[in-house]
Design a protein around this ligand. Structure first.
Ligand code: SAM
Length: 306
Protein backbone atom coordinates (compact mmCIF):
# COMPACT_ATOMS: atom_id res chain seq x y z
CA UNK A 1 0.00 0.00 0.00
CA UNK A 2 1.09 3.52 -0.72
CA UNK A 3 -0.91 6.72 -1.04
CA UNK A 4 0.26 7.05 -4.65
CA UNK A 5 -0.06 3.44 -5.87
CA UNK A 6 -2.95 1.03 -5.47
CA UNK A 7 -2.11 -2.25 -3.70
CA UNK A 8 -4.42 -5.23 -4.11
CA UNK A 9 -4.05 -6.95 -0.72
CA UNK A 10 -3.77 -5.64 2.82
CA UNK A 11 -0.24 -5.97 4.24
CA UNK A 12 1.38 -5.67 7.66
CA UNK A 13 2.28 -1.96 8.19
CA UNK A 14 -0.42 -0.59 5.84
CA UNK A 15 -2.74 2.26 6.79
CA UNK A 16 -6.28 1.07 5.96
CA UNK A 17 -9.67 2.75 6.35
CA UNK A 18 -12.32 0.88 8.38
CA UNK A 19 -15.63 1.95 6.79
CA UNK A 20 -18.77 1.56 8.93
CA UNK A 21 -20.82 4.08 6.91
CA UNK A 22 -20.43 7.46 5.17
CA UNK A 23 -20.65 9.22 8.52
CA UNK A 24 -18.47 6.72 10.35
CA UNK A 25 -15.00 5.54 9.39
CA UNK A 26 -11.52 5.61 10.87
CA UNK A 27 -7.95 4.74 9.88
CA UNK A 28 -6.04 1.75 11.32
CA UNK A 29 -2.39 0.87 11.20
CA UNK A 30 -2.39 -2.82 10.23
CA UNK A 31 -0.14 -4.84 12.55
CA UNK A 32 0.27 -8.59 13.12
CA UNK A 33 -1.19 -9.56 16.52
CA UNK A 34 -3.15 -6.31 16.96
CA UNK A 35 -6.93 -6.02 17.40
CA UNK A 36 -9.23 -3.07 16.64
CA UNK A 37 -12.51 -2.50 18.48
CA UNK A 38 -15.62 -1.41 16.55
CA UNK A 39 -19.27 -1.20 17.63
CA UNK A 40 -19.75 -4.47 15.72
CA UNK A 41 -17.03 -6.24 17.74
CA UNK A 42 -13.33 -6.89 17.36
CA UNK A 43 -11.28 -7.05 14.12
CA UNK A 44 -8.20 -9.29 14.45
CA UNK A 45 -5.52 -7.92 12.10
CA UNK A 46 -3.62 -11.20 11.58
CA UNK A 47 -6.67 -13.22 10.51
CA UNK A 48 -9.25 -10.61 9.43
CA UNK A 49 -7.07 -8.10 7.53
CA UNK A 50 -3.59 -9.25 6.47
CA UNK A 51 -3.76 -11.05 3.11
CA UNK A 52 -7.37 -9.98 2.41
CA UNK A 53 -8.22 -7.83 -0.61
CA UNK A 54 -8.86 -4.10 -0.17
CA UNK A 55 -12.61 -3.48 -0.46
CA UNK A 56 -13.40 -6.74 1.43
CA UNK A 57 -16.37 -7.02 3.76
CA UNK A 58 -14.93 -8.12 7.11
CA UNK A 59 -17.15 -9.75 9.74
CA UNK A 60 -16.39 -8.56 13.28
CA UNK A 61 -16.62 -10.69 16.44
CA UNK A 62 -20.25 -9.67 17.25
CA UNK A 63 -21.40 -10.68 13.75
CA UNK A 64 -21.67 -7.16 12.25
CA UNK A 65 -19.47 -6.22 9.32
CA UNK A 66 -17.37 -3.36 7.95
CA UNK A 67 -15.58 -2.65 4.68
CA UNK A 68 -11.80 -2.21 4.62
CA UNK A 69 -10.85 0.49 2.11
CA UNK A 70 -7.56 1.36 0.44
CA UNK A 71 -6.44 4.80 1.64
CA UNK A 72 -6.66 7.81 -0.68
CA UNK A 73 -5.86 11.47 0.07
CA UNK A 74 -9.63 12.16 0.15
CA UNK A 75 -10.30 9.42 2.73
CA UNK A 76 -7.25 10.53 4.71
CA UNK A 77 -8.56 14.13 4.78
CA UNK A 78 -11.83 12.83 6.28
CA UNK A 79 -10.05 10.69 8.89
CA UNK A 80 -6.64 12.16 9.76
CA UNK A 81 -5.65 13.17 13.29
CA UNK A 82 -6.05 16.96 13.40
CA UNK A 83 -3.03 18.88 14.64
CA UNK A 84 -4.33 22.07 13.02
CA UNK A 85 -7.30 23.29 11.04
CA UNK A 86 -7.10 21.51 7.67
CA UNK A 87 -8.12 21.99 4.05
CA UNK A 88 -10.97 19.81 2.74
CA UNK A 89 -11.37 18.16 -0.66
CA UNK A 90 -13.65 20.85 -2.16
CA UNK A 91 -10.97 23.56 -1.75
CA UNK A 92 -8.18 21.07 -2.53
CA UNK A 93 -9.71 20.09 -5.87
CA UNK A 94 -9.91 23.69 -7.11
CA UNK A 95 -6.39 24.43 -5.79
CA UNK A 96 -4.99 21.45 -7.72
CA UNK A 97 -6.70 22.50 -10.94
CA UNK A 98 -6.00 26.26 -10.71
CA UNK A 99 -2.32 25.64 -9.87
CA UNK A 100 -2.21 23.47 -13.02
CA UNK A 101 -0.61 20.57 -11.14
CA UNK A 102 0.17 17.30 -12.89
CA UNK A 103 2.62 14.39 -12.63
CA UNK A 104 6.12 15.86 -12.60
CA UNK A 105 5.18 19.25 -11.12
CA UNK A 106 7.42 20.75 -8.44
CA UNK A 107 5.36 22.37 -5.68
CA UNK A 108 6.26 24.45 -2.61
CA UNK A 109 3.83 24.58 0.32
CA UNK A 110 3.64 26.23 3.75
CA UNK A 111 2.56 25.39 6.40
CA UNK A 112 2.38 21.64 6.33
CA UNK A 113 -0.10 21.67 9.24
CA UNK A 114 -1.79 18.26 9.47
CA UNK A 115 -0.70 17.23 5.97
CA UNK A 116 -4.22 17.13 4.52
CA UNK A 117 -3.35 19.17 1.43
CA UNK A 118 0.17 17.69 1.26
CA UNK A 119 -1.14 14.15 0.63
CA UNK A 120 -3.29 15.38 -2.27
CA UNK A 121 -0.42 17.41 -3.76
CA UNK A 122 1.94 14.43 -3.52
CA UNK A 123 -0.56 12.10 -5.20
CA UNK A 124 -1.01 14.59 -8.07
CA UNK A 125 2.70 15.23 -8.78
CA UNK A 126 3.80 11.56 -8.41
CA UNK A 127 5.76 9.68 -9.66
CA UNK A 128 8.27 12.23 -10.96
CA UNK A 129 7.34 15.49 -9.22
CA UNK A 130 8.21 16.70 -5.72
CA UNK A 131 6.65 18.62 -2.83
CA UNK A 132 8.77 20.96 -0.70
CA UNK A 133 6.72 21.69 2.41
CA UNK A 134 7.73 24.12 5.16
CA UNK A 135 6.42 23.99 8.75
CA UNK A 136 7.88 26.10 11.58
CA UNK A 137 6.30 24.05 14.39
CA UNK A 138 8.87 21.33 15.13
CA UNK A 139 6.52 18.56 16.38
CA UNK A 140 4.15 19.10 13.45
CA UNK A 141 7.05 18.90 10.99
CA UNK A 142 8.28 15.65 12.59
CA UNK A 143 4.82 14.10 12.69
CA UNK A 144 4.32 14.94 8.99
CA UNK A 145 7.65 13.27 8.09
CA UNK A 146 6.61 10.17 10.06
CA UNK A 147 3.23 9.98 8.28
CA UNK A 148 4.79 10.44 4.83
CA UNK A 149 7.16 7.53 5.65
CA UNK A 150 4.30 5.31 6.87
CA UNK A 151 2.26 6.16 3.76
CA UNK A 152 5.03 5.21 1.33
CA UNK A 153 5.50 8.71 -0.12
CA UNK A 154 8.63 10.00 1.64
CA UNK A 155 10.65 9.98 -1.62
CA UNK A 156 8.20 12.53 -3.08
CA UNK A 157 8.34 15.12 -0.30
CA UNK A 158 10.87 17.19 1.67
CA UNK A 159 9.68 18.64 4.99
CA UNK A 160 11.69 21.66 6.18
CA UNK A 161 11.32 22.97 9.72
CA UNK A 162 11.69 26.75 9.41
CA UNK A 163 9.81 30.03 9.24
CA UNK A 164 8.76 30.53 5.62
CA UNK A 165 8.34 34.29 6.11
CA UNK A 166 11.93 34.69 7.32
CA UNK A 167 13.76 31.87 5.52
CA UNK A 168 11.61 30.97 2.52
CA UNK A 169 11.10 27.47 1.10
CA UNK A 170 14.76 26.33 1.12
CA UNK A 171 14.80 26.11 -2.71
CA UNK A 172 14.95 28.65 -5.53
CA UNK A 173 13.97 28.79 -9.20
CA UNK A 174 12.55 25.24 -9.26
CA UNK A 175 8.83 25.39 -8.44
CA UNK A 176 5.95 25.25 -10.90
CA UNK A 177 3.56 26.28 -8.13
CA UNK A 178 3.49 27.66 -4.58
CA UNK A 179 0.72 27.27 -2.03
CA UNK A 180 0.38 29.26 1.23
CA UNK A 181 -1.87 28.48 4.23
CA UNK A 182 -0.34 30.65 6.97
CA UNK A 183 -1.69 33.62 8.98
CA UNK A 184 0.49 36.25 7.22
CA UNK A 185 0.94 35.09 3.62
CA UNK A 186 1.84 38.62 2.43
CA UNK A 187 5.16 38.20 4.27
CA UNK A 188 6.02 35.14 2.17
CA UNK A 189 5.18 36.43 -1.33
CA UNK A 190 8.77 37.52 -2.06
CA UNK A 191 10.07 34.05 -1.07
CA UNK A 192 7.35 32.43 -3.17
CA UNK A 193 8.53 34.45 -6.18
CA UNK A 194 12.14 33.25 -5.71
CA UNK A 195 11.04 29.62 -5.27
CA UNK A 196 9.13 29.69 -8.59
CA UNK A 197 10.96 28.91 -11.84
CA UNK A 198 12.52 31.90 -13.64
CA UNK A 199 10.14 31.30 -16.57
CA UNK A 200 7.19 31.59 -14.20
CA UNK A 201 4.50 29.59 -12.42
CA UNK A 202 1.35 29.80 -10.34
CA UNK A 203 0.69 30.79 -6.74
CA UNK A 204 -2.29 30.31 -4.42
CA UNK A 205 -2.88 31.67 -0.93
CA UNK A 206 -5.68 30.46 1.36
CA UNK A 207 -6.99 32.92 4.00
CA UNK A 208 -10.18 32.93 6.10
CA UNK A 209 -10.39 36.75 6.43
CA UNK A 210 -10.82 39.38 3.71
CA UNK A 211 -8.25 41.69 5.40
CA UNK A 212 -5.62 38.96 4.91
CA UNK A 213 -6.68 38.71 1.26
CA UNK A 214 -6.33 42.48 0.76
CA UNK A 215 -2.77 42.53 2.10
CA UNK A 216 -1.84 39.43 0.09
CA UNK A 217 -3.18 40.92 -3.17
CA UNK A 218 -1.19 44.13 -2.55
CA UNK A 219 1.98 42.11 -1.94
CA UNK A 220 1.37 40.01 -5.07
CA UNK A 221 0.99 43.19 -7.12
CA UNK A 222 4.14 44.69 -5.56
CA UNK A 223 6.15 41.58 -6.55
CA UNK A 224 4.89 41.70 -10.14
CA UNK A 225 2.39 38.83 -10.05
CA UNK A 226 -0.39 39.09 -12.65
CA UNK A 227 -3.86 37.56 -13.16
CA UNK A 228 -4.63 38.07 -9.44
CA UNK A 229 -7.97 36.47 -8.69
CA UNK A 230 -9.77 35.69 -5.43
CA UNK A 231 -12.54 33.13 -5.22
CA UNK A 232 -14.49 31.07 -2.73
CA UNK A 233 -15.90 27.59 -3.30
CA UNK A 234 -19.05 26.48 -1.45
CA UNK A 235 -20.10 22.85 -1.41
CA UNK A 236 -23.76 21.82 -1.36
CA UNK A 237 -24.41 18.15 -0.55
CA UNK A 238 -27.68 16.41 -1.52
CA UNK A 239 -29.32 13.30 -0.09
CA UNK A 240 -31.35 11.17 -2.48
CA UNK A 241 -34.82 10.70 -0.95
CA UNK A 242 -38.13 9.20 -2.04
CA UNK A 243 -40.75 11.95 -1.88
CA UNK A 244 -44.49 11.21 -1.57
CA UNK A 245 -46.94 13.89 -2.71
CA UNK A 246 -50.71 13.65 -2.42
CA UNK A 247 -52.58 14.34 -5.66
CA UNK A 248 -55.82 16.29 -5.33
CA UNK A 249 -58.31 15.56 -8.11
CA UNK A 250 -59.57 19.07 -8.62
CA UNK A 251 -62.05 18.28 -11.37
CA UNK A 252 -63.72 15.47 -9.46
CA UNK A 253 -63.64 17.46 -6.21
CA UNK A 254 -65.41 20.40 -7.80
CA UNK A 255 -68.01 18.06 -9.29
CA UNK A 256 -68.70 16.32 -5.97
CA UNK A 257 -68.82 19.61 -4.05
CA UNK A 258 -71.45 20.99 -6.35
CA UNK A 259 -73.59 17.83 -6.07
CA UNK A 260 -73.17 17.24 -2.29
CA UNK A 261 -73.02 20.90 -1.21
CA UNK A 262 -69.65 21.93 0.23
CA UNK A 263 -69.84 23.11 3.88
CA UNK A 264 -66.96 25.56 4.44
CA UNK A 265 -67.92 25.98 8.12
CA UNK A 266 -66.96 22.33 8.75
CA UNK A 267 -63.39 22.30 10.27
CA UNK A 268 -62.43 19.21 8.22
CA UNK A 269 -62.95 21.25 5.05
CA UNK A 270 -60.57 24.05 6.06
CA UNK A 271 -58.28 25.38 3.35
CA UNK A 272 -59.50 24.51 -0.09
CA UNK A 273 -62.79 22.80 -0.82
CA UNK A 274 -60.90 19.75 -2.05
CA UNK A 275 -58.59 19.35 1.03
CA UNK A 276 -60.71 16.46 2.25
CA UNK A 277 -60.91 14.80 -1.16
CA UNK A 278 -57.32 13.62 -1.80
CA UNK A 279 -57.14 11.04 -4.57
CA UNK A 280 -53.91 9.15 -3.80
CA UNK A 281 -50.16 9.81 -3.90
CA UNK A 282 -47.32 10.01 -6.36
CA UNK A 283 -43.78 8.94 -5.40
CA UNK A 284 -40.54 10.09 -7.00
CA UNK A 285 -36.80 10.30 -6.21
CA UNK A 286 -35.36 13.73 -5.56
CA UNK A 287 -32.13 15.35 -4.41
CA UNK A 288 -32.69 17.07 -1.09
CA UNK A 289 -30.02 19.46 0.24
CA UNK A 290 -28.85 18.78 3.80
CA UNK A 291 -30.35 21.10 6.39
CA UNK A 292 -26.89 22.32 7.36
CA UNK A 293 -24.55 23.61 4.69
CA UNK A 294 -20.77 23.74 5.10
CA UNK A 295 -20.06 27.46 5.55
CA UNK A 296 -17.09 29.67 4.79
CA UNK A 297 -13.69 27.95 4.84
CA UNK A 298 -11.49 30.58 3.24
CA UNK A 299 -10.77 32.77 0.23
CA UNK A 300 -8.45 31.37 -2.41
CA UNK A 301 -6.26 33.97 -4.11
CA UNK A 302 -4.52 32.81 -7.29
CA UNK A 303 -1.90 34.65 -9.32
CA UNK A 304 0.71 34.08 -12.02
CA UNK A 305 4.43 34.83 -12.17
CA UNK A 306 5.23 35.34 -15.86
C1 SAM B 1 -3.85 25.91 8.99
S1 SAM B 1 -2.39 25.01 9.16
C2 SAM B 1 -2.16 24.33 7.55
C3 SAM B 1 -3.06 23.15 7.26
C4 SAM B 1 -2.73 22.42 6.00
N1 SAM B 1 -2.97 23.24 4.83
C5 SAM B 1 -3.55 21.13 5.93
O1 SAM B 1 -4.34 21.00 4.97
O2 SAM B 1 -3.39 20.27 6.80
C6 SAM B 1 -1.16 26.28 9.20
C7 SAM B 1 0.21 25.75 9.56
O3 SAM B 1 1.17 26.73 9.19
C8 SAM B 1 2.17 26.77 10.16
N2 SAM B 1 2.78 28.12 10.05
C9 SAM B 1 2.22 29.30 10.38
N3 SAM B 1 3.06 30.32 10.09
C10 SAM B 1 4.18 29.75 9.55
C11 SAM B 1 5.40 30.27 9.06
N4 SAM B 1 5.64 31.58 9.08
N5 SAM B 1 6.32 29.40 8.57
C12 SAM B 1 6.08 28.07 8.56
N6 SAM B 1 4.93 27.52 9.02
C13 SAM B 1 4.00 28.35 9.50
C14 SAM B 1 1.44 26.50 11.48
O4 SAM B 1 2.33 25.98 12.46
C15 SAM B 1 0.38 25.48 11.04
O5 SAM B 1 0.83 24.17 11.24
Amino acid sequence: MSFVEYGDTIKDGDTAIVFLGHESMFPVKVQHGTVTQTKYGVIRHSTDLIGKKYGSKVTCSKGGWVFILHPTPELWTMNLPHRTQILYSTDISIITMMLELKPGSIVCESGTGSGSLSHALIRTVAPTGHLYTVEFHQQRAEKAREEFREHGVEHLVTVTNQDVCKNGFGVSNIADAVFLDIPSPWEAIGHAKSALKAEGGRICSFSPCIEQVQRTCLAMEEYGFTEINTLEILLRVYNVRTISLQIPDLGKAAEENSSTGFDSSNPSNQGSPCASLQQGTVQFKSGVPLREMVGHTGYLTFATKS
